[in-house]
Design a binder for this molecule. Structure first.
Ligand code: ADP
Length: 607
């Protein structure tokens, strides 16, 4: 029998042991119930972080007590039952290349049996799978991230194969639509797309698939609850390394709420348009630069021009009115005030017609004007009538002035002659003179109003004593107002620059009104004050007063409070003249009033 020499066997054993020690698999053998380490190769020592000398012939839990909790149960089980134990992706810290790494091992604990087949120890082998585990973890993480991103856009995710057919399990699609696996396969999903959207969807989808382009679309789907939902879809082709399409990944995002809001907006816009188109007014919307954004049909019909062409708006406005309109427009832009002007607008036949132009600024959250919405209202016929009336009043009052002045002169002469001899005749002549006097001042008012209209009211400016002028006005009124007490408080220290007669006319008018509109008599309080470089005059009566809605309008020409017109005579132009005179002096005039309690008129003049 050919036996190997002893030293050859030893050499071979040493060779195998050496091989065992070098393999990249960790190998440890434990002997006996205390798990005494007999063999531990290089990889195993790296896991334990020890040298061979530190572990050889020592119980495992003496060498590494920290492993006892984790391994004692396993080792004891294998040792006593003889059942091998497998532990996949066991996570262990391992010290190698000078640093500590987290590593994963697939490990096996197997019983070691002696010659008598009795368990005498355990052999532990572990293969490192760190790279695989890390790669898988990364994929899992990125899948989680992707799923979170899809959830964040409230979308549902699906995949199609390279040919654009839905294949395999599509859990989210099934949950959204209620379609079964068999139902949605291939092009089955089209069955729950709204009939009006189905063909356009297929067409667009096939173009995207053929051209390998990102698919962006919107359509309606019947959802599992039977309702139609609006969805926006985006699908992206995923390419293989050779550039061919591996699959399509798509997301359906529910935009039903947004769609409902948009529809509601569209509907309200249509309503607005419909309403606007039925109005006789020419309605327009302009941006903050004055460019047309919208114009009702009748704007175009009236002008015969395209409202959206730059410069066409200006072409419509009568050249003389354009400058003033532009001025009001600029002030409106700067102050955000409601735009109000009157202008002549040319129609498509070349005729100019008077219109009221009104514009309301639309502000954004930062209180900046973004748009103007406005209208042109035809006031031509009314305006022409007004002009004719003004013309008539102007001519008539002019014509009446001369005979009235001579009648007044003759009456004064008559009064001189009859004063001594005939008391009754004197009384009548005096009454006639007062009536003529009243008529005279009415005609003067009418003439002033028509002069204001034509911009011809003249002013003689000089410096004068306001107190003295006011004293005279109060005295004049007090003489005729027997039932009223006119009380003055305060005074003006400085001289005023202005037209003395015109300002006296203002005072006489306001005091006259205070008397007229407090028929039950009472006091009338006049106060003069100097405030912030201005003279402030107030005239307060305790008469009939008026409602708030009239306060601005009573300064308009011919405006009279309806309730007063029955009891009090007047033309409704006194305050119009007052307001013009005060404005001409760069002052302001306004009123506070309450029905039944009285009114206070105020005006300021610069000092
Ligand atoms: P009128 O000739 O009608 O008095 P005015 O222009 O002076 O014209 O005034 C316009 C309107 O303002 C009057 O018709 C009247 O209704 C109202 N008004 C003016 N002053 C007073 C006042 N002191 N108290 C109440 N109402 C007044």
């Amino acid at each position: 029998m050919n036996t190997l020499p002893q030293n050859t066997i030893e050499i071979n054993e040493a060779k195998y042991l050496n091989l065992l020690l070098q393999v990249p698999v960790a190998i440890v053998t434990f002997q006996g119930p205390f798990f005494i380490i007999e063999i531990a190769n290089k990889t195993a020592l790296e896991i334990l972080g020890k040298s061979y000398g530190q572990v050889f012939n020592k119980p495992l839990f003496e060498v590494s007590p920290e492993l006892e909790d984790r391994l004692k149960g396993i080792l004891t089980d294998v040792y006593t039952t003889g059942e091998p134990f497998t532990d996949n992706e066991m996570q262990l810290q391992i010290r190698r290349n000078g640093k500590t790494d987290m590593a994963y091992f697939n490990s096996v604990y197997q019983p070691l049996r002696g010659v008598d087949n009795e368990i005498c120890g355990i052999i532990f082998t572990a293969t490192e799978v760190t790279e695989g585990v890390n790669a898988r973890k990364k994929i899992e993480e990125s899948e989680q991230r992707f799923a979170a991103a899809v959830a964040a856009v409230q979308g549902i995710l699906w995949t199609n194969n390279a040919n654009g057919e839905m294949k395999g399990e599509q859990a989210e699609w099934a949950a959204l639509t209620g379609q079964s696996y068999e139902e949605y396969q291939g092009y089955g999903w089209v069955k729950i797309v709204h009939p009006d959207d189905a063909q356009p969807t297929i067409d667009a989808w096939q173009i995207a698939v053929n051209e390998r382009k990102v698919f962006d679309f919107e359509h309606r789907l019947k959802m599992h609850n039977g309702q139609w939902g609006h969805f926006s879809i985006r699908a992206i082709p995923i390419l293989n390394s050779d550039g061919s399409i591996r699959e399509w990944v798509g997301v359906h995002t529910d935009i039903t709420q947004k769609w409902i809001a948009e529809e509601a907006l569209k509907e309200s816009e249509e309503k607005f348009r419909g309403l606007v188109e039925t109005l006789p007014h020419l309605v327009w919307i302009m941006d903050e630069k004055g460019e047309g954004v919208y114009a009702s049909k009748n704007w175009q019909e009236y002008s015969g021009l395209n409202p959206y062409e730059t410069g066409n708006w200006q072409l419509v406005v009568y050249p003389d009115d354009l400058a003033e309109m532009t001025n009001i427009w600029i002030t409106g832009l700067a102050t955000g005030k409601i735009y109000h002007a009157e202008a002549r607008l040319k129609n498509k036949h070349g005729e100019y017609r008077w219109h009221v132009v009104e514009g309301l600024p639309i502000l954004n959250a930062e209180q900046k004007i973004t748009k103007w919405i406005g209208s042109f209202t035809d006031i031509h016929d009314q305006k022409i009538k007004e002009q004719q009336k003004d013309e008539f009043i102007s001519i008539a009052s002019h014509e009446m002035k001369t005979p009235l002045t001579s009648a007044k002169g003759y009456l004064e002469l008559l009064m001189l002659i009859v004063s001594e001899e005939n008391q009754t005749a004197f009384l009548y002549a005096n009454k006639a003179n007062q009536a003529v006097e009243r008529l005279h001042s009415l005609i003067k008012e009418l003439l002033d109003a028509s002069k204001i209209q034509n911009g011809k009211l003249n002013y003689n400016i000089s410096a004068f004593d306001f107190n003295e002028m006011m004293g005279e006005a109060i005295e004049n009124i007090q003489v005729t107002a027997k039932n009223h007490r006119l009380q003055l408080t305060g005074n003006s220290v400085r001289k005023i620059k202005g037209d003395k007669d015109r300002l006296q006319q203002v005072l006489v008018n306001l005091l006259g009104n205070a008397v007229k509109y407090s028929p039950n008599g009472d006091k009338i309080l006049i106060n003069v004050d100097e405030q912030q470089g201005k003279l402030l005059v107030s005239i307060q009566d305790f008469g009939v007063g008026m409602l708030r809605q009239h306060l601005d309008k009573i300064f308009d020409r011919y405006y009279r409070v309806q309730e007063h017109a029955v009891y009090f005579q007047g033309l409704g132009i006194g305050l119009y003249i007052c307001s013009n005179i005060i404005q001409n002096h760069e002052g302001k005039i306004w009123v506070d009033s309450e029905p039944g309690k009285g009114s206070t008129f105020y005006f300021t003049l610069p000092l």
